[in-house]
Write a protein that binds this ligand. Sequence first.
Ligand code: ADP
Ligand code: MG
Length: 221
Amino acid sequence: MTDTSTIIDGRALRAWLHEFARRVAENSDHLTALDSEIGDADHGSNMHRGMTAVVAAIDADAGTEPGPLLKLVGRTLVSTVGGAAGPLYGTLFLRMAAAAGDTGPLDAAGFAKALRAGLEGVAARGRTEIGDKTMVDALAPAADALEARLAAGAAPAAALAAAAAAAAAGRDATAGRVARKGRASYLGERSIGHQDPGSASATLLVEAAAAALGTGADGQA
Ligand code: ADP
Ligand code: MG
């Protein structure tokens, strides 16, 4: 039976953010290794610093509404993560916050809408299209898959799992592309054969959503 009851409230979003922080910490060295191949070897440490600050900020905040919570996340990332990824991930969460509004929990469709708004914000801020070998190459197929599965009547858990698989496929496809944005673009054709670090961290974000949001508001199976 289709599960239309999934409520994505502040508590669920906190579970998602904790899960993303955990996965970023676990994969920090890997993200930095990817960035050492086509960038400046700081993506893992950038994201780890940012998500450590996010966890501290949301743990200290008593608010329960998704919009203000997502706004806090975006502001924290902008102020703690340098380089390209900070403003871009910050924009993702700030646009998600705006889409979520000031009051009330989201349902799965509302979360998909917020993710779409976040993706559009990143693409506009980064002047990036799909295929440029950036985080957008993971986020765009994830947003597409999430919307398509929900529209077809899939349960939120299945739709989020499909989004995570789509993000991973998008991430893997970046290896075959020439980087057109960010530091990796300085390498031109020599960027081919290397996976984009931002697409790898963005995949962790979507995989964390599937793990934490797919199973219910408290993240428990
Ligand atoms: P920096 O490149 O400043 O060292 P990071 O290493 O933390 O910052 O992040 C690099 C990632 O940021 C890239 O792998 C790519 O996914 C993403 N990125 C860089 N420029 C853009 C852009 N214009 N649009 C979207 N994503 C971008
Ligand atoms: Mg870097």
